[in-house]
Ligand binder design. Sequence first.
Ligand code: ZN
Length: 244
Amino acid sequence: MYEDLKERLKNAGRVLVHEGLGDYVAGHISMRLPDRPDQFLMKPAGMGLDEMTIENIITVNLEGQKTAGPSARHNEVWIHSEVLRLRPDVNAVLHAHPEAAVAFSSLDKPLLPVSNDGSIFYAGVPVFAETTDLITTKERGEAVARTMGDKQALILRNHGIVTCSSSIEETVWLGLKLERACRVQLAAEAAGGPKLLVKTEELAAKAAKANRPDLHSNVFAYLVRRANATCPYCAPQGGIRIDS
Ligand SMILES: [Zn+2]
């Protein structure tokens, strides 16, 4: 069941690893089931984001319990279950440990509109600082979801990021853009600190131009094509089977 959804989730994992958001077997992504909004598909524990298959993806409910699938559940499942519980508008959640975002979080500085990517987040990116530890309890998951509020991106201090959206394509896109925004600001900070930012009066229009559903799906489709074209491991045919 849900083969089409699982295929998109699988592709999301491959794109994230190819774009540098993997952390070996850590990091996870989920998608709510449209006809069962209290359940979601999720990457299993113990394997890379790029090793998801139709067969090994698990189903989890909003209580954080696995309801289907052969593989183990991540102990940070609560990020997904609690964001999906608190946000009926959200259908997909990503948690990753990308290097630039984690390094940036240690500066204790706000994310600034240094670049096009930074402009997208001009309304602010909340920082979860209650702990730098993993989010392994329902209570901590609730706290992360509350800190996220109505935003689509959050930084977990000295840990990683969370992004969410109504679509998995936008959720992935936000993760990639947040990492780029952090990387560009880190470069500016290392060169003495940004002195010029995107003009305040241009921010809203610029962010709207850069953040569109057609762009989310086009970028996602392009990155899937690129992963398939450049990586035999990810190729749909002739690639290495990864579910054995
Ligand atoms: Zn984590």
